[in-house]
Design a protein around this ligand. Structure first.
Ligand code: CU
Length: 171
């Protein structure tokens, strides 16, 4: 009994600040990222690669539409632009499922996938609100070998997009 009460007090003290943080993050910084194959920010969050603050908010790589960088232009997330950080490369097939986890389900214009300057896939949601998880089947066509895929989530009702880079070996 005494142990239970102590636990309740500890939890009570711990939950209030967590809720406060959770709510402010929910309104200002909750968005989405690619979980599999593991994107660079997912590898940061999992501790696969050691990173700066991106490890706490892998869903927050937001920047103006039209960028082609892994960090979305965020200096605080510059780790993501560094190709020499030892990112784990995932072997994938010519057609591969990319999975997003959305912590805020923003109305969506398009989802785009680039390898270098080549847009290999685009999915048009026409302004619809996506589910909490989204999966796209991406066909790489004649592109093979080790590649850095840039995935872009273009938001319908803001000027911004979310960015994620995924290191793959297409076989
Ligand atoms: Cu958001």
């Amino acid at each position: 009994m005494r142990n239970k009460r102590t636990l309740a007090i500890v939890l009570g003290a711990g939950i209030a600040p967590l809720l406060t943080v959770g709510l402010s993050a929910g309104t200002a910084q909750a968005h989405g990222y690619i979980t599999s194959p593991p994107s660079r920010q997912a590898q940061c969050a999992a501790g696969t690669v050691s990173c700066g603050s991106i490890k706490w908010e892998p869903q927050s790589v937001e920047g103006p539409k039209g960028l082609r960088s892994c960090s979305g232009g965020n200096a605080a997330f510059a780790d993501l632009d560094n190709d020499a950080k030892g990112w784990k490369v995932t072997p994938v097939s010519r057609t591969t499922a990319f999975n997003w986890r959305l912590t805020a389900r923003h109305a969506t214009s398009t989802w785009q996938y680039y390898v270098g300057a080549t847009k290999v896939a685009e999915f048009n949601d026409g302004g619809r609100q996506p589910g909490a998880t989204v999966t796209h089947q991406v066909n790489f066509g004649s592109i093979t070998g080790k590649q850095k895929v840039l995935a872009v989530w273009n938001i319908a009702d803001t000027a911004n997009a979310f960015y994620a880079c995924i290191d793959v070996d297409i076989r």
